[in-house]
Design a protein. Sequence first.
Length: 155
Amino acid sequence: MNAKLEIKGLDELRAALKKLPADLQREAAVIVQAQAEQMAVDVVGQYPMGPTGNLRAGLRVVLNIDVVGGVKAQVLSTAPHAYIYEHGSEPRAYTGQGRIKTRKNPPGWKVGKSTGSMPKRKLFVPIAQLRRRVMVAALVDVIERAGLSVTTLPA
């Protein structure tokens, strides 16, 4: 499961950023990249150090830069259980069908044994929302310093 943040509804802001001189476009790209990387640091800091470390190790920042000067950053969680960690699960029961077919049942585990539920731990989305607000404010500042104005901001 890949958890992904994609920012939409910023068309006016993107259009204004593409009208900026090259040096200000680079400054805007640095802001986008810095906020994405800070989000990853914030999320890693909130994830527990589990037995495998997959939640922390699976976090990635992917940057896409186009020739017009636009930059897009995505923070992805590639851990197989990232979705369940974020959204929780209903009570489950052991089925005996592990990912490794040759593995024997753990001691005391029989088919039907309750493995419980996993509570929701809303970490990724709230951190993403915070970083988005900080990023948008910084980008608006860059645009306004260039003499342009932004009349509507996303909520």
